[in-house]
Write a protein that binds this ligand. Structure first.
Ligand code: TRP
Ligand code: SF4
Length: 563
């Protein structure tokens, strides 16, 4: 997994390894001498394994993620490494495995490569100062903007007020800081859009429409809401659903939502709602009855084998196919073994259809279409077609042509035509004091507003993955995989310079690098970063004036308690 294939540009002052004063390895490392391996990519769970809980994904909880692998197995998040080769000039957070997972990122990567429209959007709850964990997301938005995406950043003030109990005053103060840092890091406000949830009327209209497709029991199931949950909190959820689909209001387009994995429930729900809003559902069928995906793969295999069982292979009958499926050894077919369980239901469906011909077709099911939209669709289907009460079968269209047509007709008839939004997930940073990086523990994180000297000091007093003595460190090497300081290098301080990050890693695990000097170097880089960032924030102040984001809300009202 070692990724050192970057272009070796920009090695300026950062490449020095000043080990002066590095006589003494940090005494605060873990005493066990576990084998830390030589894999430079980040370990599962970083150094946060201690006391970590399980993987329940709760957007308002405080859970750390102890085992990223479970996210793949239990929640169906896919590994980012698998799409990495499709991404042009991947960001260093992608190359280094900090961005570890995704949902459906391929359409975004395709659009990027082909110069098609796509968008990126993420949101920030203004509950405290923006810190280096938020910087990951800022960078992800900005990178996608530079790749040609329409970029959106939003202040989740309704959520902060209703779910976290912040007053409007506190929210205003923090909102400004998020916007300034995003601008300072390179967000282009002329090309992109920044907004607050509370004063975006278009967003609220969309939220209202989406709310009509969601119900309370889903809120219970997904978020654990109950009879005590305040209603504004629920409104903030449909608002977030609207945020996620907002970039597609002008026109449907692949959209990526860069977030931490705790936000995955929101992403899944938004993908669901996007589908529920569609006028038509396009499926593939072989006869009048509907099929599940598993059933369909069996029927497809039967159709392919029609020469074997049909009296007239030009017109195989469902009944004939039923017999064939009942007799065939499914494990011999080119279908997933997990579909074997579908055999029985397939046989039944085929038997019931009897003499009906078995014939592939695409089907447009009427999900939400108006009468006019349904009529318009029938009109525009080319080739042979058959119309039913609630669906249309088309015999000369491919599935993708049918998808495209369905979207077109929907858009022309007052629908949204949403594509399911995609997401990418980054690892949470380990706190500088070990454990979780948390806004409420100042020493655990570095705020983007911290005085540079304070940033320097926090790095200097950080926990490390070092051995108890310098001697041991030379002998055994440090545990970079469990070191919050190494994380700082990998996530932030090395910037785009993979070689530098790799060198720090190799020197650490090889025992050449001692924690004192390593922290000193990191502290200097952090100080420089903060100095520069804060200068840029000042420059960004001027931009703020020109933008039409309101940083003073005239809202009134006491925040509800935190739920
Ligand atoms: N819920 C997010 C958080 O807790 C903030 C947020 C609101 C958001 N709307 C969004 C994130 C849309 C991504 C996309 O930080
Ligand atoms: Fe020590 Fe640096 Fe290695 Fe961390 S990365 S264990 S601070 S030498």
């Amino acid at each position: 997994m070692t990724r050192d294939d970057s272009d070796p540009r920009e090695t300026d002052g950062k490449t020095r390894t000043d080990d002066e004063g590095a006589r003494q390895a940090s005494p605060d490392g873990s005493p066990e001498s576990g084998d830390s391996g030589t894999d430079q990519a980040l370990p599962d769970g970083g150094a946060s394994a201690e006391g970590a809980d399980d993987v329940a994904l709760d957007p308002w909880g405080s859970s750390t993620i102890s085992d990223y692998r479970k996210l793949f197995e239990e929640f169906g998040i896919e590994e980012f490494d698998e799409v990495l080769p499709e991404v042009p000039n991947p960001h260093y957070l992608m190359r280094r495995g900090v961005i570890f997972g995704h949902r459906d990122y391929t359409p975004v990567a395709d659009a990027m490569r082909e110069g098609d429209d796509f968008a990126v959007l993420s949101g920030f709850m203004p509950t405290g100062d923006p810190h280096i964990g938020h910087k990951l997301v800022f960078d992800e938005i900005i990178w996608h903007q530079r790749q040609g995406g329409d970029a959106y950043g939003l202040i989740a003030d309704l959520e902060a007020h209703s779910a976290r109990g912040l007053s409007w005053e506190e929210i205003d103060e923090h909102a400004r800081d998020y916007v300034l840092s995003l601008l300072a890091l390179g967000f282009d406000p002329e090309e992109g859009e920044l907004y607050r949830q509370s004063d975006n009327r278009t967003l609220q209209e969309l939220a209202f429409e989406l709310g009509s497709k969601a119900n309370f029991s889903e809120f219970q199931g997904i978020y654990g809401f109950d009879g005590e949950t305040n209603v504004s909190h629920m409104q903030s959820v449909v608002t977030q659903m609207a945020d996620i689909l907002y970039p597609q209001l002008e026109e449907p387009k692949p959209t990526v939502i860069p977030v931490g994995p705790d936000q995955d429930p929101h992403v899944r729900f938004a993908r669901d709602l996007a589908a529920r809003m569609r006028f038509f559902k396009v499926t593939e069928a072989y006869a009048s009855f509907e099929l599940t995906d598993a059933e369909r793969s069996i029927v497809a295999a039967a159709y392919e084998a029609r020469e074997e069982f049909a009296e007239d292979p030009e017109m195989p009958r469902c009944g004939e196919a039923a017999e064939w499926v009942a007799d065939v050894d499914v494990s011999e077919l080119d279908v997933d073994v997990t579909v074997e369980t579908a055999v029985e239901s397939v046989v039944e469906k085929l038997e019931n259809a009897g003499m009906e011909p078995l014939r592939p077709r695409v089907r447009f099911l009427d999900a939400n279409a108006t009468e006019e939209a349904f009529e318009a669709l029938i009109e525009s289907v080319e080739g042979e077609k058959r119309r039913y009460e609630e669906h249309i079968d088309a015999f000369d269209l491919s599935a993708s042509e049918a998808e495209e047509l369905a979207r077109e007709v929907e858009l022309q008839n007052g629908g949204y035509g949403f594509l399911p939004p995609s997401s990418i997930y980054h690892r949470f940073m380990t706190g500088l004091t070990g454990g979780k990086m948390s806004s409420s523990i100042p020493a655990s994180h570095i705020s983007l507003l911290d005085d540079p000297q304070e940033g320097f000091d926090k790095v200097k007093s950080a926990t490390t993955g070092g051995r108890e003595t310098a001697e041991k460190q030379r002998e055994l090497g440090g545990k970079a995989d469990e070191c919050p300081v190494y994380e700082l290098y990998a996530y932030l301080l090395s910037g785009d310079d993979d070689e530098f990050a790799k060198r720090v890693y190799d020197e650490c695990v090889g025992g050449e690098r001692l924690c004192g000097g390593c922290k000193e170097q990191a502290a200097i880089l952090m100080e420089e970063f903060l100095e520069e960032h804060q200068e840029k924030r000042e420059e960004a102040e001027a931009m703020l004036e020109e933008m039409d984001i309101s940083l003073e809300s005239d809202r009134r009202g006491v925040a509800p308690g935190d739920d």
